[in-house]
Write a protein that binds this ligand. Sequence first.
Ligand code: GBH
Length: 443
Amino acid sequence: MFLWGTATASYQIEGAVSEDGRGVSVWDTFAGEPGRVRDGHTGEVACDHYHRWPEDVELMAGLGVNSYRFSVAWPRVQPTGSGPVNQAGLDFYDRLVDALCARDIVPAVTLFHWDLPQELEDRGGWLDRDTAHRFAEYAAVVADRLADRVPMWITLNEPFVHMVFGYALGTHAPGRTLLLDALPVAHHQLLGHGLATAALRERGAGRVLITNNCTPVRAASADPADVAAAHAYDTLHNRLFNDPVLLGKYPDMSAYGVRLDCVRDGDLDLISAPLDGLGINYYNPTRIAAPSGEGLPFTDAGITGYPTTAFGWPVVPDGLRELLTGLKARYGDALPPVYVTENGCSQHDEPGPDGTVDDRARIDYLDGHIAALDRARAEGVDVRGYYVWSLLDNFEWAEGYHQRFGLVHVDFATGRRTPKASYHWLRERLAERTGADAGPREP
Ligand code: GBH
């Protein structure tokens, strides 16, 4: 069965940050610091999903998706990131999983979507090798409770973004600005993925994936300096997190002054344990030019000539086909089935006078990307799922509540949910395709 779903993440939707024994996460700390998040927004209440989840499950049932990707907040399960388990935190996910199963919605659990327990960060966070072991312990705890009903597990969400924004540039929690010295964060997350995969396997957890955000990279021109820079970017963005998992080795990064001294014997064997799928988050392609002198081996040249989202990101649907067929060309038989675990766009959506939310640009975005997905499948890429980011407007990290990605509008003052036009459109589209989804549409 092809999985059609929506995706969310714990800190972005749950709220209830001090309820039922939840510990503090790096995002609570970061968002609480002045100047970190636009207008000082925090995830304290967010979509109040922690209390409103039954309504959210009904929204998904009404939409007709057959899967839901959500993340578990580590500090709800282990408030300090290690040791004592908070059963009340696990109970929340237990109830959610039961409700999804009752609605025939396959739960796809992401174990880490960036909300590290603060206490682990205080001990070095992902710069510290021990965090990988703590992550595997936490994965085991969650699997012990949920693996009997959850058939699909995603260890990490976008370790690239977490490393770059969180530890290299400091625009996300934990707000560190280490530039290329953040590289151990890549290895320790990947090691955590490998160790967690082993823990999940021991518990018969079903399908195990990692989700990487990938971007097709284009050189700004045919100039060899631009081409070399594009190669560097592709290596550091795409290959750094896919090669170790799929090929059991890191790409050669010596030309960029990057060394991974923290890799120990046996690590890559753990990291490259076979997976049941690769999760891919796609938003847009990237155009790269030769470095302009800020210490990195490339510059983002920006893409012009395409419409943009409210975030300013270019809308290039065929980039999804290009990305997927490119992965197939690069990894061949080493590429497991692919699940597009996020795709979507932000807009300035507000209800009109009649109460409806007319987000036709989102409809165009999704329509274009689903068509590109079909083309990739027709070209032989084994794609098995597609999740829209996101079910609800939610806390968009450093942008706070200023970017709305939802199929459902959320009034953050009242928590009120209003399905947008895209929700109604997708419901019809899914209804048409159910049953016909085993392969690409006939042209
Ligand atoms: C995902 O990250 C996250 O998993 C999710 O939590 C988040 O809410 C969602 O996407 C939306 O942001 O500078 O124009 O080239 C997405 C990672 C990194 C993708 C920045 C787009 C650059 C666009 N993004 N990237 S551009």
